[in-house]
Write a protein that binds this ligand. Structure first.
Ligand code: ATP
Length: 258
């Protein structure tokens, strides 16, 4: 008997069906359907303007979809947004740290917003700072940090309320190769430990190689949904970059959405 995939027994952290979003006449998402399960690291790969950030903004409740259904952690984002968002951590493409506040003050602002008791908050912050080697800089203004350390603070902040679903939108933009790898490894490790499900939005092909699944978003539509190895196979074995370029150039040889 063929064994069922592990996802067959778990509740999805995300179910999106037929999502559409336009900005005036510009249709950013045409009809996006996808699902994601606990412990998965799923890459959302798309060229500039594909609609990745728009999708992240819908998933994080910043906008509502024009059409379609969206459930995050089992809650309908239209009806139960606060409950859905309580279990969601987000690192946005544009930094949202207060540059004039210290690392600690930025993090405490976040824990206060989530109603986390001060003692627990300080313990979690200390543990996170130590994990990222930032404990000596806790009182330093964010403005004085390197780009890599700012991103570490944003990741740390996104995890303070212990989310079950982590959204990363172009989180490595502006980082040098070592910092980029560092950040990716920390997030992959969280998913591998089963602590969070991760949706990693990127336009960088090499960031999707280790993902459990790759979704390729092109002009507001999912053009591929499958394993990295299946994406490579689709290019006749030429590699991820070539496969991605072929999809970007169309015509869509879309694999059915899972
Ligand atoms: N606030 C806005 N007003 C008008 N058009 C917008 C707005 N935000 C995004 N768009 C348009 O929607 C489309 C999708 O943009 P989006 O930022 O979601 O793509 P993306 O894949 O995240 O791109 P990038 O990798 O360049 O950040 C683009 O054509 C963009 O110009």
């Amino acid at each position: 008997m063929t064994p069922l995939p592990s996802t067959a027994f778990s509740t999805p952290v995300l179910v999106a069906t037929g999502l559409q979003k336009s900005y005036g006449p510009r249709q950013a998402l045409k009809s996006v359907s996808m699902s994601l399960y606990p412990g998965q690291f799923v890459a959302l790969l798309g060229p500039n303007g594909a609609g990745k950030s728009t999708l992240v903004q819908l998933l994080s409740g910043l906008f509502v979809p024009d059409k379609g259904d969206l459930s995050v952690l089992g809650f309908d984002i239209r009806r139960d947004a606060p409950k859905a968002l309580a279990g969601l951590g987000v690192v946005f493409q544009q930094s949202s740290l207060d540059l004039d506040l210290s690392i600690r003050a930025n993090l405490l602002f976040h824990t206060d917003l989530h109603g986390i008791a001060r003692k627990t908050a300080l313990q979690r912050i200390q543990a996170g700072l130590e994990q990222h080697g930032l404990q000596e800089q806790a009182g330093t203004a964010v403005r004085a940090l390197s780009g890599g350390n700012r991103r570490k603070v944003e990741l740390l902040r996104a995890l303070l309320h212990q989310p079950r679903f982590l959204l990363m939108d172009e989180a490595t933009v502006g980082l040098d190769p070592a910092s980029r790898q560092d950040l990716m490894r920390s997030v992959e490790a969280l998913a591998r430990a089963g602590e969070v499900a991760v949706l990693w939005a990127t336009h960088l092909v090499d960031e999707v190689a280790h993902a459990d699944r790759v979704l390729v978003l092109i002009q507001g539509e999912i053009a591929f949904d499958g394993l990295p190895s299946e994406l490579i196979a689709q290019s006749g074995g030429l590699g991820l970059e070539q496969a991605f370029l072929q999809l970007c150039q169309g015509p869509r040889a879309a694999k059915p959405v899972a």
